[in-house]
Write a protein that binds this ligand. Structure first.
Ligand code: 6R9
Length: 662
């Protein structure tokens, strides 16, 4: 069974004894504090304006224009104001898309863990930094900023003792737990990069990522616990490292009380870290030193190790966390993603901690022990901002409203969605049932590559409308552009559809693909010279709002009409999960809601769709099946259930009569 008092190290009573950490004084806001700085629904904007010297600007859209037109002044002021620097930067940005060169805040030195921990320990050591929502409901563990700093320092010292040096890359294969978070921060503290691999990936997928990152150290747990099931994570690591010659050591934390076989290579993590000092000198890092690698699947070839660096990433995640979700001091922020995804990095770890927030680390699943889990947790932890994925919302919607209504959700102030287009039906349910119609729903569009949220309904002018299923407005400093996919020209009028690009650099964007800079420039900067190409298609409405229509390589072309998958699925997706709808009914709905030409010729009913472990439908795989190109399915390492693909292939053969020919 699972240990109930894990980890013992979080109960350390000892305070920090010697504190010589570098915490430059924080620039104060001209109006004297964030909380008092209120412009109705967009608190903070007024003082923001004064601080960045945007004179004559009085509303959100004015500030937005300032942020894109005077991006050096904007980002320079925000970086000085929000981050603690060891030495100041001399150049705000130095970027050239044609070479894929992106550099922010050059000359500046800082330590990300100091920004996320030490400076809050100075002002409010006993504030809860994280609430670990363990798999077993009602057994959450609260960890203060002081405790998290202690864990981080001990781990940092242990990593150093084990030979990890500045510039090394440590692979972390752990479920969401405090020591996973402390491991990330410990790497940041000593100047190592981390490479978090989702603890649901197979040993081959893990081995690929360890090899590509050239890690000599892996951190894992003996076993994971998810949805009541124990998962042998250490065993997966053992299998993986057999094929990873670079790995010299595996640090093993104990999530359960069960012992697992240990080898000479393995280091018992808690035991060894308890021997370490609670003070660990933070390394002064350059703004553009690597903070982490994070692998994301490519539609062709190997997964890409996207590289994020220190200052720009931290600034961008903290600013978006603050303003997109309207996060305030004292709020409890509940992002239910896994730390293995960019959403977990940016909105469980770095954004909230940089803001001195209280962040939830969710270990379980939306349906364990029942479909009320999220909302029971919202009530028990008093969550104020809830951030989840459409795939989970669609799943829960099927179980009915009662699972939601059984719990008190009055703490909720903002609901967020990320990862896929959220169809209108799911959006409405989220808004009406989960949020009782009182919470703004922010459909946030962004990518591993963008580091943080780029398009979202908030921040905006107070009372600005929110249209269901639309990401709507670019964030400060983000200048989107739609490009014609055939001729490559900028589509400047509203009510147009094209390739979603971003016209100028922002601090949160990825800097390169680890060891493959050429692939980086070719993928993101060559398709539309002068622009960062996102790979997604989007529509800009008459009002100028952005709506994401899905990956461009998924767009279906029917007799010259380009159909985004989001558009089609908005009509049919609910029925797709219901599975028992007649083909004729589906065709009628599509003709009625879109057009006759959009009617599918063939309708195949499947048990489930091929999805990634993070819940995204792998539409490119479906396309290959339909094109009968099953030898070129691309990277399948992120696939959740490999059987789903085989079933789709078999079903497709039956449907198209191929079976008879074979
Ligand atoms: C954060 C994250 C990125 C891709 C992205 C797009 C899709 C994400 C979306 C959305 C429509 C949204 N996507 N958010 N599509 N509406 N609000 O998910 O990063 O795992 O790298 O995926 O996800 O297609 O390009 P990542």
């Amino acid at each position: 069974g699972a240990a109930h008092n894990w980890p013992s190290v979080v109960q350390v009573k000892e305070g920090l004894t010697r504190r010589d950490v570098l915490v430059p004084s924080r620039t104060s806001y001209p109006c004297g504090g964030r909380a008092q700085c209120t412009l109705t629904r967009s608190p903070g904007v007024q003082c923001f304006l004064r601080h960045v010297g945007a004179t004559g600007v009085s509303d959100h859209s004015g500030l937005y224009k300032f942020s894109v037109n005077e991006s050096d002044r904007f980002w320079g002021a925000v970086a000085r104001q929000r981050l603690s620097w060891i030495s100041p930067f001399h150049t705000v940005q130095n970027c050239d898309f044609s070479q894929g060169k992106i550099k922010w805040f050059e000359g500046g030195k800082l330590n990300v863990s100091v920004n996320c921990l030490d400076r809050h320990v100075q002002t409010c050591p006993e504030r809860v930094a994280l609430i670990w929502e363990r798999d077993e409901p009602g057994t959450e563990v609260k960890i203060t900023y002081r405790q998290l700093l202690e864990l981080t320092c001990r781990l940092g010292n242990l990593l150093k003792r084990q030979g990890v040096r500045r510039g090394d890359c440590v692979t972390i294969y752990m479920p969401p737990c405090p020591l996973a978070m402390a491991s990330m921060l410990a790497c940041a503290r000593i100047g190592a990069a981390h490479n978090v691999v989702f603890a649901g990936f197979s040993s081959e997928a893990l081995a690929d990522r360890i090899r590509d990152a050239q890690s000599s150290t892996v951190i894992t747990v003996n076993q994971g616990v998810r949805g009541g099931k124990v998962v042998d994570l250490k065993r997966t690591v053992d299998q993986a490292v057999q094929n990873c010659p670079t790995v010299q050591q595996v640090l093993v934390a104990m999530r359960t009380e069960n012992t697992v076989p240990m080898t000479d290579r393995d280091v018992p993590l808690e035991e060894e870290m308890m021997k370490e000092d609670v003070v660990c000198e933070p390394v002064a890092m350059d703004s553009e030193d690597v903070l982490f690698l994070l692998y994301t699947s490519g539609s062709t070839g190997k997964p890409k190790g996207l590289v994020h660096t220190q200052a720009g990433y931290l600034l961008y995640t903290s600013l978006t966390h603050r303003y997109v979700f309207n996060y305030h001091d004292g709020d409890v922020f509940g992002c239910v993603a896994d730390i293995g995804w960019i959403t977990g990095h940016s909105y469980i770890v770095y954004g909230p901690l940089c803001n001195g927030g209280t962040t939830v680390l969710f270990e379980s699943t939306p349906v364990y022990p029942n479909p009320g889990r999220y909302w029971e947790m919202v009530e028990r932890l008093g969550i104020n901002q809830f951030y989840g994925a459409p795939t989970a919302i669609r799943l829960l919607l099927k179980y009915g409203d009662e699972w939601v209504q059984n719990y008190n959700r009055s703490s909720l102030k903002t609901l967020g969605s990320v990862g896929e287009p959220i169809n209108t039906e799911a959006w409405e349910w989220y808004h009406r049932v989960v949020g009782d119609g009182r919470c703004p729903v922010v459909d946030t569009w962004w990518q591993t590559e963008t580091g943080g949220i780029c398009i979202a309904p908030r921040p905006a002018d107070p009372e600005a409308e929110i249209v269901p299923g639309m990401a709507m407005h670019p964030f400060y400093g983000i200048k989107p552009a739609l490009l014609d996919t055939e001729v490559g020209e900028v589509l400047s009028s509203n009510d147009s559809t094209g390739a979603l690009c971003i016209s100028q650099a922002w601090p949160g964007m990825a800097r390169t693909i680890h060891n493959h800079h050429q692939r980086f420039t070719e993928t993101y900067f060559h398709p539309y010279p002068g622009f960062f190409f996102t790979g997604d298609g989007a529509h800009r409405s008459k009002e100028g709002y952005y709506q994401i229509i899905g990956r461009l390589d998924d767009v279906i072309n029917v007799s010259g009409h380009r159909l985004g998958t989001a558009e089609l699925e908005d009509v049919v997706i609910y029925l797709m999960v219901e599975e028992d709808v007649l083909a004729q009914q589906l065709r009628e709905m599509v003709s009625r809601s879109i057009a006759k030409y959009a009617c599918p010729d063939f309708i195949q009913v499947v048990r489930c769709l091929p999805k990634t472990r993070s819940g995204k439908i792998m539409r490119r795989v479906l396309r290959k099946v339909v094109e009968r190109n099953t030898d070129e399915l691309g990277d399948l390492s992120t696939l959740d259930d490999p059987d789903s693909v085989h079933e789709v292939i078999r079903g497709h053969r039956r449907l198209r009569g191929d079976g008879k020919q074979q």
